[in-house]
Write a protein that binds this ligand. Structure first.
Ligand SMILES: Nc1ncnc2c1ncn2[C@@H]1O[C@H](COP(=O)(O)OP(=O)(O)OP(=O)(O)O)[C@@H](O)[C@H]1O
Ligand SMILES: CC(C)(CO)[C@@H](O)C(=O)[O-]
Ligand code: BAL
Length: 281
């Protein structure tokens, strides 16, 4: 695997691929890699000729400085995982390389998607995500970019940006990889104790409860029961739980036959913020 720390080196490498009409896939990450990240790489491989993974803990998407400071950084481990998974190139820039102008301004109209759920709880988060993803897209110019369903709203936001900026990039929405008990893999899980990991299973169990009862009991009642389930689970501090339509992420009051729905949940366990979701139909 080739490792590049500067944009110039990466661009020189990718130019050859482009001349040879090779398909380029991008997998953007913040590192502390796990099987969820590797599943994105494996998804990309048969669809592309060159796979580029980026690892960059992007400061502009962190509204909470403590979260940024505590974000796990495990670069040697990450390189070993990517080597084993046969990733072609790793882009590993510094903050200065990504943001040469520390006063750079960025704003994109996200049609309200940044004012709800994750956007509401983490002000400025999706502006920071789009800022860095736009830079990565401009640099790598991938044919395909892979994102995990675990960050469902993030994928909606990026698809919106692609439309607004008219970028010729296909977004792959890759399924959530869970551990053997159902806990969605996440870099932040490393900050949980073994007891915290057990407590965190309440998120998955609640999502399953919603899925199993969706359409069977009235929505208001289902939401109330699921909220009670989480609130009565030990160690869980619920931030939000909502049943939404998948394209607008608006909370629903009735179920329509031709629409798709998702349950979104975010909660803290041992002060670690966990996020999960499940498609319901
Ligand atoms: N369990 C998972 N299954 C599938 N994709 C995942 C999973 N976890 C993360 N991803 C995806 O990997 C990409 C990089 O995510 P990121 O590096 O933030 O990892 P993460 O585990 O989500 O970390 P955290 O949630 O703690 O910030 C994103 O597109 C994300 O949705
Ligand atoms: C897409 C991303 C790499 C942008 O920093 C990040 O939000 C993530 O890891 O999901
Ligand atoms: N996986 C989403 C990136 C973040 O939590 O900032």
């Amino acid at each position: 695997m080739r490792i590049f720390e500067t944009k110039k080196e990466l661009q020189d490498y990718l130019e050859t691929a482009r001349i040879n009409k090779q398909k380029i896939a991008l997998i953007p990450t913040m590192g502390a890699l796990h099987e969820g990240h590797i599943s994105l790489l494996n998804y990309a491989k048969p669809l592309s000729d060159v796979t580029v993974c980026s690892i960059f803990v992007n400061p502009t998407q962190f509204n909470d400085p403590k979260d940024l400071e505590k974000y796990p950084r495990l670069i040697e481990h990450d390189i070993a995982l990517l080597e084993a998974a046969k990733c072609d190139a790793l882009f590993l820039p510094t903050v200065e390389e990504m943001y040469p102008d520390p006063n750079e301004k960025w704003h994109i109209d996200l049609n309200g998607l940044d004012a709800i759920w994750e956007g509401k709880m983490r002000p400025g988060h999706f502006q920071g995500v789009t800022q860095v993803v736009y830079k990565l897209f401009a640099l790598v110019q991938p044919d395909i970019a892979c994102f995990g369903q675990k960050d469902f709203q993030q994928v909606m936001v990026i698809e919106h940006m692609i439309k607004v900026k008219q970028l010729p990039i296909t977004i792959a929405l890759c399924p959530i990889i869970r551990d053997e008990n159902g806990l969605a893999l996440s870099s932040r899980n490393m900050r949980l104790s073994s007891n915290g990991k057990i407590q965190a299973l309440a998120l998955f169990k609640t999502l399953l409860y919603i899925k199993n009862n969706f359409g069977k009991i009235p929505l208001l009642q289902l939401n109330k029961q699921a909220t009670e389930l989480l609130n009565s689970s030990e160690g869980i501090t619920l931030e939000y739980l909502a049943i939404c339509e998948t394209t607008t992420l608006k909370e629903i009051k009735t179920i329509e036959q031709d629409k798709q729905y998702v349950a979104l949940v975010t909660a803290r366990v041992e002060d670690v913020r966990l996020i999960d979701n499940m498609i319901l139909n």
